[in-house]
Write a protein that binds this ligand. Structure first.
Ligand code: ATP
Ligand code: MG
Length: 405
């Protein structure tokens, strides 16, 4: 009996509906997967029309399965065995595969799909024949059609038969890089990193922009934002981290602007800087962690007055999320523990006790006449520091799906 060599079969997510653009999506996905399994020996990633195949040494398969969990654009994936299209070979493989499973007290079913309709047996006959062979060999293993512990999936294709017993749930979404680039405004808080994750899930490549106001804010606050960026690299590879010097702006605002408008104008200044950075870095949009009603600057009126300064689309993935939902996501992606560390960012340090929840746009215009708006913006843009945050690869847990797709 020949030894079985598995490879990994990846089923596309929403990509299957992308029509003419499909090739661009599958090629990007292949590239992202290649990066994610970097270091696991010689790998071949082949993006076909309906599936993507990953070939690598068997000793690396379980690690690769683990890492695929955080690649967006994947619906599900399986280690599969390809065998000759005859019943003897298929049966032998199914039996051999089950030998590796812990079968005590388990239930199973065979689920056959037949693309090749010229094959000698139909799906029911194949299911019955293989099912019988399994029961004969493994006493105590019982057939159960609904929600069995083990589903052996057999696919009869034109060129061969594919067999698998595992289907892992992919991360969904679209491959990072297929939706263009945006700049994520990343504080050290809970929300913005989650917003970045959700933007990446829709295929957006991000660069992280962090406003720092030393010496009022500490080096640890910047480090915290970098650590959060590192979490995001799990989902899309290296990320450029941009530190924006913001001290002078904040000092001037603090000195000249009435307390109630301090927050509104600070945020308007941030957006002005973001506009220039988008142009400079050829980004198509700004991503923030804002959520309606969470704080004074996030009432609809505040958002409007602040948003008026943005000349690029502002994407707010969390806009309708409850705080508890955001916290759950933060825990899922592993950012929560870092976000709740104490180091405060520039917004917190300069936050007034009672910011306006209904700021007026004319008043903002008026107050801003007292500060050197374009000079401050230019200084910030010229003073940026760009660093590459290297990807950590994936570290999430594998999750098996209840049923096969
Ligand atoms: P977060 O939890 O992301 O800090 P928040 O609820 O504290 O959000 P704000 O402080 O009002 O809200 O900030 C709103 C958004 O502005 C943040 O989600 C983030 O996108 C951006 N932002 C705030 N502070 C900074 C900063 N220092 N650098 C970069 N972006 C920032
Ligand atoms: Mg914050």
């Amino acid at each position: 009996m020949e030894t079985l060599k598995p490879y990994i079969l990846v089923r596309y997510g929403e990509l299957s509906t992308k029509g003419k653009n499909k090739r661009r999506f599958t090629q990007q996905l292949a590239k992202n997967i290649k990066r994610q399994i970097d270091g696991l020996g010689d790998t071949i990633v082949r993006a076909g029309h309906d599936y993507l195949e990953i070939h690598l040494d068997e000793s690396h398969i379980s690690e690769a399965l683990e890492r695929l969990k955080s690649v967006f654009g994947i619906q599900s994936y399986s280690p599969v065995y390809k065998v000759k299209k005859n019943m003897a070979a298929i049966e032998a493989t199914v039996l051999q595969l089950l030998e590796t499973e812990d079968l005590i007290g388990q239930t199973f079913r065979i689920a056959t799909k037949r693309a090749d309709h010229t094959f000698s047996l139909d799906t029911n006959a194949i299911n019955r024949k293989l099912g019988q062979a399994v029961v004969d060999r493994f006493k105590g293993l019982k057939v159960q059609l609904k929600k069995p512990d083990i589903t052996v999936k057999v696919e009869i294709r034109e060129e061969a038969a594919l067999i698998t017993t595992k289907v892992y749930l992919g991360a969904g979404g679209l491959p990072v890089g297929t939706s263009g680039r945006a700049l994520l405004m990343l504080s050290g808080g809970i929300d913005s990193v989650v917003a970045g994750y959700l933007a990446m899930k829709r295929g957006i490549e991000i660069e992280a922009v962090h406003f720092a106001s030393p010496p009022y804010t500490s080096p640890q606050a910047v480090q915290k934002a970098k650590d959060l960026t590192k979490i995001l690299t799990k989902f899309g590879g290296d990320i450029q981290f941009i530190t924006v010097p913001f001290t002078k702006t904040q000092e001037e605002i603090k000195e000249k602007i009435p307390e109630g408008y301090l927050m509104t104008i600070t945020r308007r200044m941030m957006f002005r800087v973001m506009n220039d950075l988008c142009a400079e870095r050829e980004a198509l949009a700004i991503v923030t962690g804002e959520s309606i009603g969470q704080v004074a600057s996030q009432t609809l009126i505040s958002l409007d007055v602040i948003n008026a300064m943005a000349t690029y689309p502002v994407i707010r993935p969390l806009i309708t999320y409850d705080k508890l939902e955001i916290i759950q996501l933060a825990k899922d992606i592993g950012s929560f523990a870092i976000s709740i560390l104490p180091y405060e960012d520039c917004c917190t340090v300069f936050a007034p006790p009672a910011p306006k929840t209904k700021p007026k746009s004319e008043k903002c215009d008026y107050y801003e006449e007292s500060i050197a708006v374009s000079e401050r913006v230019d200084d910030s843009v010229k003073g940026i520091l760009v660093e590459n945050i290297k990807t950590v690869g994936s570290q999430t847990e594998l999750e098996e799906m209840d049923d096969l797709l």
